[in-house]
Design a protein around this ligand. Structure first.
Ligand SMILES: Cc1ncc(COP(=O)(O)O)c(C=O)c1O
Length: 396
């Protein structure tokens, strides 16, 4: 039995998505910009997907710009707003300290170009306080970027309150909803934001397909130069099959989100309670109430996370330490560090993330093998024997 509990890294595609991609690859191969029949056929596929993605976040199809994933959507939001604001004298960007690297490293790149940047701290709950934003924001702030749900601990941020503060100061608000879309209802209008990032592969769609939702009227510059695709907002021939898969995944997500939220939430709680009960020295990281329903991040006292990850993998259970992109670096998670957790918790934590195909049997199997694995690793540490890590297995 192989168990996949790493849905926050990526998800298996739904069969409907695989079929849509295959069908479109075969039957609608045209260039969506071409005037002839083949082009119009491809354009119709893109338009249908655009409507589905817009509906998932309660947006208008004209507000959706397709990108090559969440990373590009985040880059577009931040660099695009920065480029559009430069002439106005606003040269300050704010993000939270627990953002994904797609946001953090974009801010770093802009700070090298002379932008002032501020990272908002979080407390031990892993939630950004609106008060901290009030202290940091000013007349120079062009954009505030705070993720909707965190990828490592799942905490949901108070985006509506943060947006109100950003807008009071004339700044735009971006939220990276890559880890919330498909897991909980995401309503861009209710959140009040100006820009919202999505990525298809986090909710059973294909990799390399994402979107930036841009509220009508928002001032933003394209970041790619080229043709007039996506109404002059994102140059490059549309990846029609991937966009079709994204649209299908968005439709499925919209239809299933309420049921899945409950079903997956029950499984996550069963897993979490099972681990806390059967493995001594375990603690959940981050607020347990204000979380997406599929994620739990647990520290295992006196166990190195990478060793436990490998031991679990050898038993057929796939989990992760922090975010996949930083796995293998053996760097403690920047998210847990920002929460002020001590080293024994930042270095000993595993993320279990569940999803569409997760089952009770998988949860019970994981809970049944964990106590033995943890005890074995602890006894090796006690006897002073080091656990060899195979470098090939360290990669996320
Ligand atoms: C919160 C968050 N933002 C952005 C991304 C990047 O998305 P993509 O993998 O589509 O580039 C990820 C993926 O791990 C993520 O978790």
């Amino acid at each position: 039995m192989r168990v996949y509990f790493d849905y926050n890294a990526t998800t298996p595609m739904a069969s409907e998505v695989v079929e849509a991609i295959a069908r479109v690859s075969r039957d609608a191969f045209g260039n969506a910009s071409s005037v002839h029949h083949f082009g119009q056929q491809a354009k119709a596929v893109v338009d249908e997907a655009r409507s589905a993605v817009a509906a998932l976040v309660n947006g208008d199809p004209s507000e959706v710009v397709f990108t090559a994933g969440g990373t590009e959507a985040d880059n577009f939001a931040i660099r695009g707003v920065a480029d559009a604001s430069e002439a106005t004298g606003r040269k300050h960007l704010i993000a939270s300290a627990i953002e994904h690297e797609a946001v953090l490293n974009t801010l770093r790149a802009l700070s090298r170009r002379g932008w002032r940047t501020t990272l908002l701290p979080v407390d031990e709950t892993g939630i950004v306080s609106p008060e901290r934003l009030r202290e940091a924001i000013g007349r120079e702030t062009a954009l505030v970027s705070v993720m909707h749900a965190n990828n490592e601990i799942g905490t949901i941020q108070p985006i509506r309150e943060l947006t109100a503060i950003a807008h009071e100061h004339g700044a735009l608000m971006h939220t990276d909803a890559v880890q919330s879309a498909g897991k909980i209802a995401v309503d861009a209008r209710a959140l009040g934001v100006d820009l919202l990032s999505l990525s298809a592969h986090k909710f059973n769609g294909p990799k390399g397909a994402g979107a930036l939702w841009i509220k009508r009227g928002t001032r933003i510059q394209p970041i790619l130069t080229g043709g007039k695709h996506e109404r002059n907002r994102r140059a490059g021939t549309e990846n029609v099959p991937a966009i079709a898969g994204f649209g299908t995944a968005a439709q499925l997500a919209a239809r299933k989100v309420a049921d899945q939220q409950e079903r997956v939430g029950r499984l996550r709680d069963r897993l979490e309670e099972g681990i806390l009960r059967s493995v001594p020295g375990t603690v959940v990281n981050g607020a347990r109430m204000t979380r997406v329903p599929n994620t739990t991040n647990i520290s295992f006292d006196r166990v190195e996370a990478e060793s436990l990850l490998i031991a679990l993998d050898l038993e057929g259970v796939a989990v992760s330490t922090g975010s996949a992109c930083s796995s293998g670096s053996l760097e403690p998670s920047h998210v847990l560090r920002a929460m002020g957790l001590p080293a024994h918790r930042t270095q000993n934590s595993l993320r279990f993330s569940l999803g569409l195909f997760s089952t009770e049997e998988e949860v019970d199997r994981t809970v049944s093998i964990l106590p033995g694995l943890v005890e074995k690793l602890r006894s090796l540490t006690r006897t002073g024997r080091s656990v060899e890590l195979n470098p090939a297995q360290q990669r996320g």
